[in-house]
Write a new protein. Structure first.
Lengths: 114, 114
């Protein structure tokens, strides 16, 4: 089984400042990792994913994340945030290969301050 | 068409009512999912359909009854719900039933049980 820990429930940041949202996972097998964004009263949208290959993954809206196997982390970063980035961000993990259930973290609310 | 469409967007129902949530996708995806999301919580998987057959039931109470009439449609029939079932119900689809490497989510149905 896999688990995900998002260390910060809320992250306030000023507009145009950089941001990092932290995610750590645990698993006894190889994993795939995901970041989803959820805007108020909306469904989830995939920001980026790591399946294999390069550990630095670039996603939509200027976000990127780095897979660090030794630290079991997959932190999400953006160099300069906009007001429109205010949303809930979920880190998710699933075991690699075949059908594996996706496990979501509890979410981090990114609040961009004008 | 890269959308998952859910109807209705909002639903208020009494504990003795019978209602249905609907989900539709035209991306040729063969796996479809129902998730339940309580306020300020991550989505929780309820059901997975793969090639129109129920493949995963995450111990969901029988008052929730899924149905997959064809490869594009997924329904969730509701009967005798409890107030604690009030939540955002999210439908998702992916190309294969591998847990959602590239799952597309609908915007959800906000359900209130009174």
């Amino acid at each position: 089984a896999q688990s995900v820990t998002q260390l910060d429930s809320q992250v306030p940041v000023f507009e145009e400042a950089p941001v990092e949202l932290r995610c750590n996972y645990s698993s006894s097998v190889s994993v795939y990792l995901f970041w989803y964004v959820q805007y108020p009263n909306q469904g989830l949208q995939l920001l980026l994913k790591y399946l294999s290959g390069s550990t630095l993954v670039k996603g939509i809206n200027g976000f990127e994340a780095e897979f660090n196997k030794s630290q079991t982390s997959f932190h999400l970063r953006k160099p300069s945030v906009h007001i429109s980035d205010t949303a809930e961000y979920f880190c998710a993990v699933r075991g690699a290969g075949g059908y594996q259930k996706v496990t979501f973290g509890i979410g981090t609310k990114l609040q961009v301050i004008p | 068409d890269t959308e998952v469409t859910q109807t209705p967007k909002h639903l208020v129902m009494g504990m003795t009512n019978k209602k249905s949530l609907k989900c539709e996708q035209h991306m040729g995806h063969r796996a479809m999912y129902w998730y339940k999301q309580k306020a300020k919580k991550p989505p929780e998987l309820m059901f997975v359909y793969s090639y129109e057959k129920l493949s995963i039931n995450e111990s969901v109470p029988s008052r929730f009854s899924p149905e997959c009439p064809n490869s594009s449609l997924l329904n969730l029939h509701l009967h005798a719900l409890q107030p604690e079932d009030s939540a955002l119900y999210l439908c998702a689809s992916s190309q294969e039933g591998t847990g959602g490497d590239r799952a597309f989510f609908g915007q959800g149905t906000r359900l209130t049980v009174v």
